[in-house]
Design a protein around this ligand. Structure first.
Ligand code: SF4
Length: 260
C-alpha cells in the first residue's frame, strides 16, 4: 500500500488542464497553415503545383495568387512550404482547426472560422453527456489511434462527459474516420440508422472529410458527407488529439465562441 502511494506521489498529476492550457506541441508539429499573399509573386503557382492532393487554389493567370488551402483535403505534408520561392507559406503550431461547414475549412490570409456551438436545444441534450460510436470506414488506423489516445489519462476525455461506446444503440452520434470505402458505405449507413435520434456526425481526419489522398479513387466515396449529414469536421492527417478535443468541446459549447 505504501509503495502504491509512493508511486502515485512520484507520478503526480498527468491530465492536461485543457482547455485552460494545452501542452507544448513538438517543434515539428504542423498545425494551421499561415499564408502571407503579400509575398506572392504575380502568376506564381508553385505551391498549388507541388500539392499532391490539390488542396491549394490560386488566382487565375495574371491575378495575384492569393493561395487558399482546403484543410479538409490537406495531408499536412509541407511540400507547398518547400516549393514556395518567397516563404509566403508556413505551418504554425495552432492546433485549433475544427469547423462546422466544409467551406469554413478553406483558409487564406484571413485565417478560419472555428466551429460554432450547437443550438441551445442540442446543447441541453448533448452538452454534459455525449456518447459516440466510432466507425472506421476504411481508415489507415492513424486517425483511430489519435481518437483512442483521447481516453488516456493525459487527455481524459471522459471528464468532459464524452465517451466512446460499443453499440450505436447506446450512442448519441457517430465519429467517422477513413474515406468511406464502397465496402463500408452500407455498414456506415446501417450504423447511423441504428443510432436513436437526434444524433450527431463527426468526421475526423482528411479522409473522412474529403477522401484525403484516396479522393476520386473508384473504391472510395470521398468522405462521410457523401453519405451522412456532418455536424463537425476535424481536419488533419491524422488530427492531433487536441484538435479533436477542441472541436468536440466547441461543438458542445464548452469553449466560448471566438475564443482561442
Ligand atoms: S501541406 Fe497540405 S496544402 Fe501543402 S502541399 Fe501538403 S497537402 Fe498540399
Amino acid at each position: 500500500m505504501l509503495n502504491l502511494l509512493r508511486a502515485r506521489l512520484n507520478q503526480g498529476h498527468r491530465t492536461l488542464d485543457f482547455p485552460r492550457s494545452a501542452s507544448p506541441l513538438p517543434e515539428r508539429y504542423r498545425g494551421m497553415p499561415h499564408v502571407d499573399p503579400a509575398k506572392c509573386a504575380d502568376g506564381c503557382r508553385a505551391c498549388a503545383d507541388a500539392c499532391p492532393v490539390d488542396a491549394i487554389s490560386v488566382g487565375a493567370q495574371g491575378q495575384r495568387p492569393d493561395p487558399r488551402i482546403d484543410l479538409g483535403s490537406c495531408v499536412f505534408c509541407a511540400d507547398c512550404v518547400q516549393a514556395c520561392p518567397t516563404s509566403a507559406l508556413r505551418y504554425t503550431q495552432e492546433f485549433r482547426m475544427a469547423a462546422r461547414t466544409r467551406q469554413d475549412l478553406v483558409v487564406g490570409a484571413e485565417g478560419m472560422k472555428l466551429a460554432q456551438a450547437l443550438d441551445a436545444k442540442s446543447r441541453a441534450l448533448f452538452g454534459r453527456s455525449l456518447k459516440l460510436r466510432q466507425v472506421s470506414a476504411g481508415g489507415c488506423n492513424g486517425c483511430e489511434v489519435e481518437v483512442n489516445v483521447l481516453g488516456t489519462i493525459v487527455f481524459d476525455i471522459v471528464r468532459f462527459g464524452i465517451q466512446m461506446v460499443a453499440s450505436p444503440r447506446h450512442a448519441d452520434g457517430l465519429l467517422i474516420t477513413g474515406p468511406v470505402t464502397r465496402n463500408m458505405r452500407l455498414a456506415l449507413q446501417k450504423t447511423y440508422d441504428a443510432v436513436p435520434g437526434p444524433k450527431l456526425v463527426i468526421a475526423v481526419g482528411g479522409c473522412a472529410i474529403s477522401g484525403g489522398p484516396f479522393r476520386d479513387h473508384p473504391q472510395v466515396t470521398n468522405g462521410a458527407d457523401a453519405t451522412l449529414p456532418v455536424d463537425l469536421y476535424v481536419p488533419g492527417c491524422p488530427p492531433h488529439p487536441l484538435t479533436i478535443l477542441d472541436g468536440l468541446l466547441r461543438l458542445l459549447g464548452r469553449i466560448e465562441e471566438g475564443k482561442r
